[in-house]
Design a protein around this ligand. Structure first.
Ligand code: GLY
Length: 414
């Protein structure tokens, strides 16, 4: 089987690695991919757009396209694959609005009784200020904003900063903003493989978005993640399935959204029960780097079948223990990205897996930093402690100048 994975970050490296470990031994390509993931997937760096990718896939008799990142899904990647007769694991453009348009997602949740926070939609700085009733409040840009479109504002100064970025500087475009109810509780990410109203749930995960220990400091793209079925009591998993996932799957069918792809539920466990913070139409990052090492079985065949409308749960199994993923970022992240610092130790890992997110190959064959989040190191274990200890021991073998890490991922207080 020949598979193209669309994307270039740590999530796509983790997807490629998990697919490469399938007994069916697929041949893997990544568009654009990266030099760091070339160990498992050949990068396709000269493909500028969806028509060019579809033509390349047709010429090279590709059996399956797997969407890693969301951008090309919002532009119609799956629709173009469908027209070309290439199975695609990623939803069509209309369904991808669950991620690309927060208004679409909120209206979907309201229509299908999927629990979520209250909200007001505004289209100007004045209306935004008027809609804020109290602090903390959550402000969300409606469209895609490269992970920067959400601000949890604890005071008026923070709200003004977001209002300036969106309505005055128009950093993300001309779209509207949501003023949302602030919800309190622990967050959990549940990712499903969805196909025509049926789903398989991956191991639940918790993403650590803040830069500093104790979930303090600025928001980032994720500084680490922990995955285990033991993260949540069985009754909470059942409640999430009953109150959140089942009505969502029924809604996808009722609205004829023809959803085949990963569906990410960002969930907050409030005192009133689980509520959806966001949908994403792809795997999470860094959740993928924590969850995918727990998969055993033929992941490639599973996704191939799912892309054709058939969820076949027997093709994959999940390790019942724990997985811990640690992210290494450059010194000024998330304020700025960095590049040019030599990375050492990449060949010395024995028990962990290393995923490249922001690296570049040097002329001498070594790797250097090239981005904000650079690497993720993941390890699994039967217990939380063993997974965490192995992950940190493996991380200690890696070095680049100015590396930022958190030292509390996988500790008990989360
Ligand atoms: N970890 C959050 C996301 O992938 O959107």
């Amino acid at each position: 089987m020949k598979i193209v994975i669309v994307g270039k970050g740590g999530r796509e490296h983790a997807l490629a690695r998990a697919l490469s470990e399938s007994p069916s031994r697929p041949e893997l390509f990544a568009c654009p991919g990266s030099e760091g993931m070339a160990d498992v997937a050949t990068p396709l760096t000269d493909i500028p757009d969806i028509p060019a990718l579809v033509a390349w896939m047709r010429d090279h008799e590709i059996d399956l396209c797997v969407a890693g990142e969301e951008a090309w899904l919002a532009l119609g990647l799956a629709d173009a694959c469908h027209l070309a007769g290439i199975p695609c694991f990623g939803p069509p453009k209309r369904a991808a609005q669950l991620e690309s348009s927060k208004i679409f997602a909120k209206e979907f949740m309201t229509r299908h009784q999927v629990p979520t926070g209250g909200f007001t939609v505004v289209d100007s700085a004045e209306a935004c200020r008027a809609a804020i009733q109290s602090y903390p409040t959550v402000l969300k840009y409606n469209g895609l904003a490269a992970g920067k479109g959400v601000a949890v504002c604890t005071d008026a100064a923070m709200a003004e900063e977001f209002i300036d970025m969106v309505f005055i500087q128009k950093q993300f475009g001309e779209d509207k903003v949501f003023v949302e109810e602030f919800l309190e509780g622990k967050e959990v990410s549940v990712i499903c493989a969805v196909s025509d109203g049926k789903a398989l749930y991956f191991t639940p995960a918790r993403d650590h978005k803040r830069l500093k220990n104790n979930d303090e400091g600025p928001n980032t793209g994720g500084m680490g993640a922990v995955a285990s079925r033991q993260l949540l009591p069985p009754e909470t998993i059942e409640q999430i399935q009953r109150e959140v996932i089942d009505p969502t799957l029924a809604g996808l069918v009722k609205d004829e959204l023809h959803y085949r792809g990963f569906l990410y539920f960002g969930i907050i466990l409030t005192e009133q029960g689980p509520k959806v913070l966001e949908f994403n139409c792809r795997f999470g990052d860094p959740e993928a780097q924590a969850v995918l090492p727990l998969i055993e079985g033929d992941f490639a065949e599973f996704l191939f079948q799912a892309a054709k409308g058939n969820i076949a749960p027997d093709l994959i199994q999940f390790h019942e223990g724990w997985s811990v993923c640690l992210v290494m970022a450059t010194r000024d992240y998330p304020r700025a990205s960095g590049s040019g610092d030599l990375i050492s130790g990449l060949d010395t890992l024995q028990e962990g897996r290393v995923y490249h997110a922001g690296t570049r190959k040097r002329a001498d064959g070594g790797f250097e930093t090239h981005g904000g989040r650079v690497l993720a190191v993941s390890a699994t274990g039967d217990t939380r402690e063993s997974a965490r200890d192995t992950a940190y021991a493996e991380l200690a073998k890696l070095h680049f100048d100015g590396a930022q890490i958190r030292t509390d991922i996988g500790t008990l207080h989360f």
